[in-house]
Write a protein that binds this ligand. Structure first.
Ligand code: ZN
Length: 483
């Protein structure tokens, strides 16, 4: 497909001079991407000068030092974020925001996730698409603008962060010190243009497990993070010895979300250990996973001898974890702009008799979070509580704004395709901007490998990316006219 894509030739609106420049530099761009992929910049232990770990700092420093050697002005909040700047001093700023941290490699790779291997048209490595490849592409785009178009009426800042994957703390630290761009984009989602990002909220439901019945929950744990589908869950229950066979039969007798499995085995005289296994996935696409926490709760709710209050809580949470629309939780919602709400039960814990379940919601841009929380509370069994713990407000870009209209025209000129608008459940840096959207790098027809094993970037796509971003930067900076 990448080959075919390059054979299509340039669309009539593309800038041929820019395309030739990108072709002439493509091998260098590809080598820069591979070099970035060799730094395993997964969030690590905080150190005084490296708040997100040593390797994140190394990636940021390498990126900024390279730009400095190329003659750009650079600045940083050490180990957290930094920028590469070019253009007239004191002028308003166009921001391009990318990140250099990556999610852990995870299982299933057939290449070295931090090897940056080139195989034909592909460069493999964690971060190839998300988001080191696009960060390097944006950097080369800035170099192309400097060489081809020259300065305009705005400054350009390529801002790189080191904590996108775990909460945007990097940008919060950066914007505490540095000016907010007037407008900008982030190459960290999909083409053509992402103008709506659902709201994100983590809703924590708590309830006492009072242990009133002859059967009792002794321990319960599932999942790793609210924004990941729980892939594993485990519980130990206490049952009267005479009721053990009935308990095992009840626990094993039910069903749960497709793709989950459950096992239960006796431990000692009066205990049963229950283990549920499913499949992890990103919380914005929960249908790609299989929720083990929901499976576990639904099984526990069938246990004979539980207190009725406890049973009601386990059953409600289990059904809510299995219903990805949020219907069972009481929060289903949908709009034409951004589609339906999704709900993911990410973690379960039991401490001092208090059960805690964290749901990660991705809610439509027109929904009110307060109203959703009120509806969730109204649906809860007696004694359970719900509270919001963290999240991001929805993003809704104005379709008449300069950033949207400019990127539409640039995309159509450089690709010959219509610049349709997309809505996503993921959260990008665009939310942090006053006027911003996400712009690429994923093409709708390409295989999606971000956060997956064998993540790769095609060099053909990389060339398109540099050209599209360069044209976008040039027009936004006022160095080139609107196509
Ligand atoms: Zn990303």
């Amino acid at each position: 497909m990448d080959g075919a894509d390059r054979d299509e030739g340039l669309p009539p609106g593309a800038d041929a001079r820019l395309a030739a420049w990108v072709d002439a530099h493509l091998e260098e761009v590809a080598a820069d991407v591979a070099a970035m992929l060799r730094i395993p910049s997964v969030r690590g232990e905080a150190e005084p000068d490296a708040p997100f770990g040593r390797e994140v700092r190394r990636a940021l420093d390498a990126f900024l030092e390279r730009a400095h050697r190329d003659g750009f002005a650079v600045a940083s909040v050490p180990g957290a974020a930094g920028h590469v700047e070019w253009g007239p001093e004191g002028a308003p700023i166009v921001g391009v925001l990318a990140h250099l941290d990556v999610v852990p490699a995870g299982e299933g790779w057939t290449r070295d996730p931090f090897g940056g291997a080139r195989e034909g048209d592909r460069i493999y490595g964690r971060g190839a698409m998300d988001d080191k490849g696009p960060a390097v592409a944006a950097y080369w785009a800035l170099k192309a603008v400097r060489e081809i178009y020259g300065p305009g009426r705005r400054r350009v800042r390529l801002i790189v962060g080191g904590d996108e994957e775990s909460g945007f703390e990097c940008l919060h630290r950066y914007f505490a010190v540095h000016e907010m761009p007037e407008l900008g984009f982030t190459p960290d989602a999909s083409f053509p243009l992402v103008t709506a990002e659902k709201g994100i909220a983590t809703l924590v439901i708590e309830a006492r497990m009072d242990g009133a019945g002859p059967a009792r929950l002794l321990s319960l744990a599932a999942g790793t993070r609210p924004n990941v589908v729980a892939a594993r869950g485990e519980a130990v229950v206490e049952v009267p010895p005479a009721g053990r066979e009935a308990a095992l039969a009840a626990l094993l007798g039910g069903e749960g979300p497709e793709g989950t499995h459950l096992s239960a085995r006796p431990e000692g005289e009066d205990r049963v250990r229950v283990v549920a296994v499913g499949r992890a996935a990103h919380a914005s696409l929960p249908e790609q996973g299989a929720n083990a926490a929901a499976r576990l709760l639904l099984a526990l709710a069938r246990l004979p001898g539980l207190g009725e209050g406890e049973r009601a809580v386990l059953d409600h949470l289990g059904r809510s974890g299995a219903d990805l629309t949020g219907g069972a939780l009481g929060v289903a919602a949908s709009d034409a702009e951004s589609g339906p709400l999704t709900a993911n039960l990410g973690t379960l814990s039991l401490e001092d008799g208090r059960l805690r379940a964290a749901f990660n919601l991705r809610y439509p841009v027109t929904s009110s979070l307060d109203e959703l929380v009120a509806r969730c509370r109204a649906a809860l069994p007696a004694g359970a509580t719900a509270a919001v713990e963290g999240g991001h407000a929805p993003l809704r870009a104005d379709p008449r704004s300069e950033i949207v209209r400019t990127l539409e025209r640039v995309f159509e000129a450089e690709t010959g395709r219509p610049a349709t608008h997309l809505a996503i459940g993921g959260g990008t840096y665009a939310r942090e901007l006053r006027q911003g959207v996400a712009f690429g790098p994923q093409w709708p027809e390409d295989e999606e490998t971000a956060h997956a094993p064998d993540e790769y970037l095609s060099v053909g796509r990389l060339a398109r990316m540099v050209a599209i971003y360069a044209r976008a930067i040039a027009v936004l900076a006022g160095s080139a006219p609107l196509p």
